[in-house]
Design a protein around this ligand. Sequence first.
Ligand code: UT7
Length: 314
Amino acid sequence: MKKYARITGTGSYLPTKVVTNFDLEKTLDTSDEWITARTGIKERRIVTGQNTCDLALEASIKALSMAKIEPEEIDLIILSTTTPDKIFPATATMLQNRLGASCPAFDLQAVCAGFVFALTTAQQYIENGSAKNILVVGSETMSKIVDWSDRSTAILFADGAGAVVLSADNTTGIKHSKLFSDGSYLSSLHVNNNGIDELGTIQMEGNEVFKIAVNRLSDLAEETLNECNMSSEDLTWMVPHQANIRIIKAVAKRIKLPMEKVIQTLDKHGNTSAASIPLALDVGVRDGRIKKGDTLLFEGIGGGFSWGSVLLEY
Ligand code: UT7
């Protein structure tokens, strides 16, 4: 019998320190009015002393609890992050140890598209029968690679973590996934380090990235629905990567999806890169908007460039 990869638990975690647009006004030539109008962000969370694995651990514990899965029942951990604790070992192995799990664990890097890449990778292990329960995590401390003097990026990026348990199911789960990369866009959105002798900071040609994001994500959403023989009316919720409310609105408009069917957390979370989709998902699940049987579309694009979508029955 065909196995489906179904989300059976979600969890998320945000650092406690809130940085509002008004806080940023004190150190940058910017305003709450500009940031709100151009991005939809009002505040974001920033770590004080925590690392990516610390956030991942909190989100994972909540996801495992919802799925009623013990750490020893996890067959694989995939942690998507742009901001690992160390060059090696993988942050996923630190998470495995701190959870008390004993399964294989690896990191996956696709920046803001990281969660859809990780979920799609996990899907393959479930569908081919080699895993029953996989912990898929997106966790980021983007504040560590932000140039805090650059107003075009410092207002956007933030910290947080989201996690899901993906389990084998006989009837329902992920129906479709699509992944793309185009490395020729490196200079549009990258970290400016040269080798591993420096950390570097995020560099972004914001306006160019904006236009490409709208085009690629709109095409992707349309293609995903077409390939599933669906229209946007069949979607219960779109849970997009949270980069800019104007990008989200443009994609929703193109596929004729009312904004009432979009989970939006930008105002409170900012852009948490690989964590943004599982964070938004967990918010929607825990406040009761997302229910079992709902049809969800995840989509995201990031760093110079990778993008992808996952369509699933929750
Ligand atoms: O998650 C990965 C993918 N990332 C994204 O999807 C991000 C995509 N890009 C964006 O979200 C937007 O391009 C930004 C929010 C980064 C910028 O918004 P924009 O509407 O594209 O602005 P812009 O870059 O065209 O800049 C317009 C003006 C410029 O001033 P002049 O040249 O018109 O005088 C900028 O210098 O806004 C200025 N500006 C700011 N003003 C106040 C740029 N950043 C700020 C700021 N506060 N923080």
